[in-house]
Design a protein around this ligand. Structure first.
Ligand SMILES: *Cc1c(COP(=O)(O)O)cnc(C)c1O
Length: 384
């Protein structure tokens, strides 16, 4: 089905997927093969070698393009492999402006891997989109946006950033992992490239690591496909199948993540031991108007800061939860709890971390789809 006029729930089930031509199997088979037999040299059914193409991957890529309202999608062995391919569009001397509250692994690949090759990254706040114009110069080739941000749940105006970028002939990339295509479609707001860690909400069951890039422009897709085939960070067919299967329930899961997220954010806000709660659904979120514009729901990610703002108080909460599991990652059906100051952001010096708005006691929740009352009970006994 490649009819883009269907509504989200229909697209999530059917987009890109046809009954298997050889058997009629309704579910896309896992084409576990490395190569394909040719009738004569160069005469084949569109598949030559599985680094280049695989039918399970093709189905997933068509589904991803459809649900992100894009023309092309490419899937990778991980979210960071997808990021790696995007940065390979650049050459030494090029500069990238990056939102400063960023996934730690993205920060690491930019500063530790690509900076060495002469690509320059500027990490700047983007809450006020207009303020990024001052960082643009003749070498600026890309603006990299993550929204909502991790773990501070800041919001960046994709439409405003893309408009500034376009004016200067710069490509805008949006990491849409936190929102998922069900809640936000950056291409609709003018972004050129969308990147996902499909490990999170798209896969949804904490059982696969995967990445996806979606674009509209043919030339961009051609370049990325060349990079993917040349560098080889492709996913296996079983992983593609798991993500394809995850996508079919994305809307049902996201609706429940949003519902549970709202109940828990409101509960935490009323808790006497909680100083503040960061959640994009609050009317008094500094960029709530932009949330309302570009997102269709508020998601399941929440951070909160304790009144007793120290490591020990946070550790006590983390030790005491029974349903919320202490783990990295997010977006799965089960609820997770994390402590950025000692986990994902542990390598950042304390002073700098606090200056960037990340205090010692900040706790991040990935709210799952269990019963909300049970989750609230768990937090109640853990916070005390
Ligand atoms: C997890 C994550 C990534 C990296 O994806 P992997 O699949 O772990 O390689 C990138 N961006 C965000 C926002 C993430 O949460």
């Amino acid at each position: 089905m490649n009819n883009n006029s269907y509504k989200a729930a229909t697209k999530l089930i059917h987009a890109g997927v046809e009954p298997d031509p050889s058997t009629g199997a309704i579910m896309t088979p896992i084409y576990q093969t490395s190569t394909y037999v040719q009738e004569a040299p160069g005469v084949h059914k569109g598949y030559e070698y599985a680094r280049t193409q695989n039918p399970t991957r093709t189905a997933l890529q068509q589904a991803m393009a459809a649900i992100e309202n894009g023309k092309h999608a490419l899937s990778f062995g991980s979210g960071l492999a997808a990021t790696d391919a995007i940065i390979r569009l650049l050459v030494p001397g090029d500069e990238v402006i990056v939102s400063n509250d960023l996934y730690g692994g993205t920060y690491r690949i930019f500063t530790k891997v690509f900076a060495v090759y002469g690509i320059k990254f500027h990490f700047v706040p983007m809450d006020d989109a207009a303020s990024i114009e001052q960082y643009i110069n003749a070498n600026t080739k890309m603006i990299w946006v993550e929204t909502p941000t991790n773990p501070l749940l800041n919001i960046i105006d994709i439409e405003a950033v893309s408009a500034i970028a376009k004016k200067h002939g710069i490509k805008t990339v949006v990491d849409n992992t936190f929102a998922s295509p069900y809640l936000q479609n950056p291409l609709d707001w003018g972004a050129d490239i969308v990147v996902h860690s499909a490990t999170k909400y798209l896969g949804g069951h904490s059982d696969v690591v995967h990445g996806v890039v979606v674009v509209n422009e043919d030339a961009l897709e051609e370049k990325l496909r060349f990079i993917q085939n040349s560098c080889g960070a492709v996913p296996g067919p079983h992983d593609c199948w798991l993500v394809l299967r995850g996508i079919k329930t994305l809307h049902v899961r996201m609706d429940r993540h949003c519902e549970n997220g709202e109940k828990i954010a409101k509960y935490l806000r009323s808790h006497p031991k909680v100083d503040r709660v960061l959640w994009v659904g609050f009317e008094d979120h500094p960029n709530h108007a932009i949330v309302k514009k570009q997102m269709r729901g508020f998601g399941g990610m929440i951070s909160f800061v304790l009144k007793e703002d120290n490591m020990e108080a946070a550790t006590n909460v983390l030790k005491n939860t029974k349903l919320f599991a202490l783990a990295e990652s997010l977006g799965g059906v089960e609820s997770l709890i994390g402590h950025p100051a000692s986990m994902t952001h542990g390598s950042i010096p304390r002073e700098e971390r606090i200056k960037n708005g990340l205090p010692d006691s900040l706790i991040r929740l990935s709210v799952g789809i269990e019963d909300a009352d049970d989750l609230i009970e768990d937090l109640k006994q853990a916070i005390g």
